[in-house]
Design a protein around this ligand. Structure first.
Ligand SMILES: CC(=O)N[C@H]1[C@@H](OP(=O)(O)O)O[C@H](CO)[C@@H](O)[C@@H]1O
Length: 500
């Protein structure tokens, strides 16, 4: 830990001496905590960080899209447009790689969930399913099931290690939650949690904001902080030790995420890709998703906050959106590619600017909750490594099956707990129907089938991921059966059902 004198001198040189302005008012403990926090900062880089934040924010308003083009067909594989034989081939390839312990999953879970408005990590959110499962539990069970499917096919006992990137905000609640829940049946040694870095929020005139008299306002360095965090925490070494060659990276909020999806892995591996991204056709020009496109000939994602509305609204001859390849934050990377990024490109990642309302302590010591943005937060984006790929591929998937993110609190029009719950239960209802089941009401009358994305399904049907990963294996359990709502198919119930 640095001494007060050392910190004072660094801060002076960085033009940030106000940081210690309330020092005399702090208790012994607060002083100690503050010195620990300040010693953990890269004080040499602080000046540069503050200056860069100011100049990046100043050049913000002028949004000029450079030469931006849609991705061309040769980069894209599609679940919908491919024939059955190809799908089976990809699935087999994916399951083979999983069975040989060559596949890991990595969760981006460092965010604060500000839009959702909960004070705990998003993964701990319960969207109100009949089972009460949280996002973390659903994801854990999908990992267990995909291991199991690969094992059954190849007579193995494989492991899909789960790397979870957290931040100062989410690490300890996430750790406790997993411990309290016995890691949802996973082996704790295969769940590797690590922390991304935090960086200070800065005012428009380049001063570090204080969150309290003895605490700097810090924010995670964006999901692109992943690459620094992989280095800091020796995650690539862990992957190497386990023989993991392929990584499926995803963000925490998508209730339909298919972890270690064998189709996606199989597609990327058979195309010899080093980097890949799942996409869905954008629902509307203003949908808050990034678009996979080419800028100056190079594949990358342009984020929704950075694309010009006129560009987002451009349509082709048939009325279709020109920039329609919506990024669902499901990425594929080879370990070799990540190694290269970590060694050669990591420091070059672009810094994106977000202007945020950051609660702070003003120079008179008052706590202020600003009503308009007062702070600059700098973030890196996980997809900004795509331009470094030698062989990038996009993989188009079906929205209703794979993308329903939880971003906002109920009351908003999209991406809420209600829409997430509806998407999952709608999917399970469709799976039950496709397996040959029907539903009757309390009077024995058949409930008419109704499948729409806009409304709740007419019955409650929830299928545990431990019973089915993507609808497989249900026919022998449900064909010809008449079910009543709520129908909750967990492992125990599946065992008790007569198989056909
Ligand atoms: C930096 C980053 O990864 N942004 C992603 C991510 O957005 P957030 O709004 O940051 O959650 O998830 C979106 C999909 O839910 C995706 O479209 C977007 O590009």
């Amino acid at each position: 830990m640095l001494s007060l004198e050392e910190v004072t001198s660094f801060l002076d040189r960085a033009g940030q001496s106000h940081v210690l302005q309330f020092w005399s008012e702090l208790s012994e403990d607060e002083r100690n905590d503050f010195l620990v926090e300040l010693s953990g900062l890269d004080l040499n880089a602080l000046k540069q960080h503050c200056e860069e934040a100011v100049s990046a924010a100043a050049s913000q308003p002028e949004r000029v899209d450079p030469d931006i083009q849609p991705v061309t067909e040769e980069f894209v594989g599609s679940l919908l447009k491919s024939d059955q034989a190809t799908l089976v081939q990809w699935e087999n390839e994916g399951l083979l790689q999983i069975s040989e312990n060559r596949v890991g999953v990595l969760l981006l879970a460092g965010g604060q969930g500000t839009r959702l408005g909960v004070p705990y990590p998003k993964g701990m959110f319960d969207v109100g399913l009949p089972s009460g499962k949280t996002l973390y539990q659903i994801q854990s069970e999908r990992i267990r099931k995909i291991q199991n499917l690969a094992d059954l096919k190849h007579e193995t006992k494989c492991t899909v290690p789960w790397y979870i990137m957290t931040s100062e905000f989410t690490l300890s609640p996430t750790e406790s939650f997993f411990k309290e829940n016995d890691f949802f049946g996973l082996d704790p040694s295969n769940v590797v949690m690590f922390e991304q870095r935090m960086i200070p929020a800065v005012t428009f005139d380049g001063k570090v904001l204080l969150q309290a008299k003895g605490k700097i306002a810090m924010a995670p360095d964006g999901n692109g902080g992943l690459y620094q965090a992989l280095v800091d925490n020796k995650v690539l070494e862990d992957m190497e030790r386990r023989g993991v060659e392929y990584l499926h990276v995803y963000c925490v909020d998508n209730i339909l995420v298919k972890l270690a999806d064998p189709h996606f892995i199989g597609f990327c591996v058979s195309r010899g890709a080093d980097c890949g991204a799942k996409v869905v056709p954008k629902a509307s020009p203003s949908e808050p998703v990034g678009v996979v496109c080419r800028v100056d000939g190079v594949v990358q994602v342009v984020e929704y906050s950075e694309i010009r509305p006129e560009t987002a609204e451009r349509r082709g001859a048939g009325g279709e959106l020109v920039f329609s390849a919506g990024n669902i934050c499901n990425h594929f990377f080879t370990r070799a590619f990540l190694q290269e990024v970590a060694q050669e490109h990591q420091g070059k990642l672009k810094q994106h600017v977000a202007l945020k309302k950051v609660p702070f302590v003003d120079e008179c010591g008052n706590h202020v909750k600003p009503s308009k943005p007062n702070g600059i937060k700098m973030e890196k984006f996980v997809f900004d490594v795509f331009p470094f790929a030698r062989n990038f591929v996009a993989f188009e998937v079906v929205r209703a099956e794979e993308f329903s993110p939880l971003k906002n609190a109920d009351g908003a029009s999209t991406d809420t707990p209600t829409t997430a719950r509806r998407s999952l239960l709608g999917q399970h209802y469709r799976w039950a129907l496709a397996a040959g089941a029907s539903f009757s009401d309390d009077h024995g009358k058949t409930v008419p089938t109704r499948v729409t994305a806009e409304e709740d399904p007419p019955v409650l049907c929830e299928i545990s991921p431990l019973v089915s990963y993507f609808g497989e294996g249900l026919e022998r359990l449900l064909r010809g059966s008449t079910l009543t709502s709520p129908f909750i198919l967990d492992e125990k119930r599946a065992k008790d059902l007569p198989t056909l």
